[in-house]
Design a protein around this ligand. Structure first.
Ligand code: NI
Length: 168
């Protein structure tokens, strides 16, 4: 297993639309293992392959405090949505920035697991928000892009400054 480098906003590679996984094999399982290790080591609750510069439709999620309930979604599709909810979101690619985003409250998702088998999952609350946030990454979208242009410019300025002077 290895810890992968997480791309930081604003990076053009975060705006790539990820391709579907045609066959879930050894390479995908290796990617999932590395992504899980990377997410846990960064104390995140979700990570999309796009964020580690692999443009494939793979996400890992674990919203538990005990960090022992890994959910893997390959080629996830949201089949239905219900309601709206606003959560304060953060992102491993946008360190130190948190802001409120409106999303669907409840979603039904179809995906493949690491064995390549299709399954459905119904998600609500933070799990629903997290899955929608990660699927956005696969479509090349970062959560701050829901915010006003003014806020986005401020955030990019701050991030670029931190990237130049990581110790300040
Ligand atoms: Ni994110």
């Amino acid at each position: 297993m290895s810890i992968l480098n997480i791309l930081q906003h604003p990076d053009d590679r975060l705006h790539v639309t990820a391709k579907r996984v045609e066959r879930v094999g050894k390479a995908t399982r290796q990617l999932v293992e590395d992504m899980a290790e990377t997410m846990y080591s960064a104390s995140g609750i979700g990570l999309a392959a796009t964020q580690v510069n692999v443009p494939e439709r793979v996400i890992v999620v674990d919203i538990t405090d005990t960090r022992d309930d890994l959910l893997v979604l390959i080629n996830p599709e949201i089949e239905s949505r219900e309601g709206t909810v606003v959560f304060e979101e953060g992102c491993l690619s946008v360190p130190g920035i948190y802001d409120r985003v409106e999303r669907s409250e409840r979603i039904m998702v179809r995906a493949l697991n690491v064995e390549g088998e299709a399954f459905n999952i119904e998600a609500a609350g933070i799990l629903s928000v997290c899955i929608q946030h990660e699927i956005d990454h696969l479509d090349g979208k970062v959560f701050v892009e829901y915010l006003s242009r003014l806020k986005q410019n401020r955030i990019i300025k701050k991030l670029l400054k931190n990237q130049r002077n990581p110790d300040q």
